[in-house]
Design a protein around this ligand. Structure first.
Ligand code: GLY
Length: 416
């Protein structure tokens, strides 16, 4: 059990409060703590990883979902994939948990000629970027994955693709934080951001958060890692609320014989992907729906997934149907995450990871820890490829000055 935030330690001074215990928030807290920071985590749900993390297939396919016109995202994806082995090793070493991390490769399949010409265009793009992908004809594709539909046109093999079990990763991170004495307050909402107005001498700066039970946690840095909720989190000052929208995804989970798996790599067609787990489960994902905050599992959504999965790999028909779930990805206008300082000094955003939240956990955690260590403030951004994720890109005037404070009635003012 993680140490609880009690009345005593809730009033303790922390270096950083992370709001949100999805994989992004947990990985960020883990990285900060490993670097010596005193960290607390606050989560509205009764347990960790109940948002997009719970529904994610855990595909670590940096080039798999590559689209034209997204070179900045590709760079971030590749960087994060390169950080994965060390990240997983650190979590597994501390906890002894198996997170299901495997570099098993991916096969991106074209089922007909139209899909093949599109896939070949993507392959050319991948090769022009120096990526190690290759085209396989139908026979070579089926030699690697005999269960593939015999009528397939061809495939692109990406050896570096991997998978992880996001639920196992989330559980391992909670355990790791426990062992590192990081308290997590579950079933607790942040109701407002505490700001110190410096007796009116300077712009207000973050001094902590107020919780739904009335307690406060003091900290000079607050990391907002609320996933799809970030765009409507009222505790965030309006000027710093990122343009994050929920993008619904439904998945189906099937189970087969682990000693005779239906496939041994990630398989993806234009409309569906299949991510195998060590224990014989197969995740079939995912719909992409603009439905607001609706998380209903629909007959039509699951029908479409299973139909497309069957077109790709007919053997799925023999598998046991375990469950169907839906979750909300945090989408952004340019599909890049929102990671970096907000305009309120001390507030850092770590959200908007859209289809790549699991893949981008390590690079986000490192970027946030670097920002905290360097004392970065409004107007600064993460270094390297992650600079493209700076929240400032969404401020119309590119203005890094903090928002108007909402109250000036005392030393301490609250936003949200
Ligand atoms: N990256 C998989 C998905 O968003 O469905």
């Amino acid at each position: 059990m993680n140490e609880q935030l009690t009345t005593d330690n809730a009033d303790r001074h922390f270096d950083v409060v992370v709001v949100g215990a999805g994989v992004i928030g947990l990985a960020t807290a883990f990285e900060l703590r490993r670097r010596g920071a005193e960290v607390a985590v606050v989560e509205a749900a009764p347990m960790a990883g109940t948002g997009a993390t719970r529904v994610a297939a855990g595909m670590l396919a940096p080039v798999g979902e590559l689209d034209f016109g997204e070179p900045a995202l590709l760079e971030i994806n590749l960087l994060s994939a390169s950080l994965y082995p060390d990240f997983v090793a650190a979590v597994e070493e501390i906890t002894g948990h198996d997170t299901g991390y495997r570099r098993l490769g991916g096969l991106h399949v074209a089922l007909d000629r139209d899909e093949a010409s599109e896939l070949k265009r993507v392959l050319e793009l991948q090769l022009s970027l120096g990526l190690d992908s290759k085209w396989l004809g139908p026979a070579a594709s089926r030699e690697l994955e005999p269960g593939l539909h015999p009528g397939l046109n061809g495939s692109v093999l990406v050896e570096g693709d991997g998978v992880i079990d996001p639920r196992a990763l989330s559980a391992a991170l909670v355990d790791a934080l426990d062992q590192l004495d990081v308290p997590i307050a579950f079933s607790t909402e942040v109701t407002s951001l505490l700001l110190d107005d410096g007796a009116g001498q300077s712009d207000p700066v973050v001094s902590g958060v107020r919780l739904s039970d009335g307690r406060t946690i003091s900290a000079p840095t607050v990391v907002a890692a609320g996933g799809a909720e970030s765009g409507r989190s009222e505790w965030l000052p309006e000027a710093d609320r990122p343009p994050v929208r929920p993008v619904k995804g439904q998945i189906a989970e099937l189970r087969g014989d682990p000693s005779d798996p239906v496939c041994s790599r990630i398989l993806a067609s234009e409309r569906v992907y299949l991510a195998p787990r060590n224990d014989g489960r197969l995740i079939v994902g995912a719909t992409v729906e603009e439905m607001g905050y609706d998380t209903a599992v629909t007959a039509g959504g699951i029908h479409e997934l299973l139909r497309e999965a069957y077109r790709l790999l007919p053997d799925i028909a023999e598998m046991e149907f375990i469950e169907a779930t839906a979750g909300l990805r945090p989408g952004t206008p340019d599909n890049l995450p929102v990671v970096g300082p907000a305009s309120t000094p001390g507030l850092i955003l770590a959200t908007g990871h859209y289809r790549n939240g699991i893949l981008l956990a390590p690079v986000t955690a490192v970027a946030i820890a670097d920002l905290v260590e360097s004392g970065a403030g409004p107007g600064d951004s993460a270094t390297g490829p992650m600079s493209a994720a700076a929240p400032i890109r969404f401020r119309s005037d590119g203005d890094s000055s903090p928002p108007e404070r909402e109250s000036t009635t005392g030393d301490r003012v609250e936003a949200g």
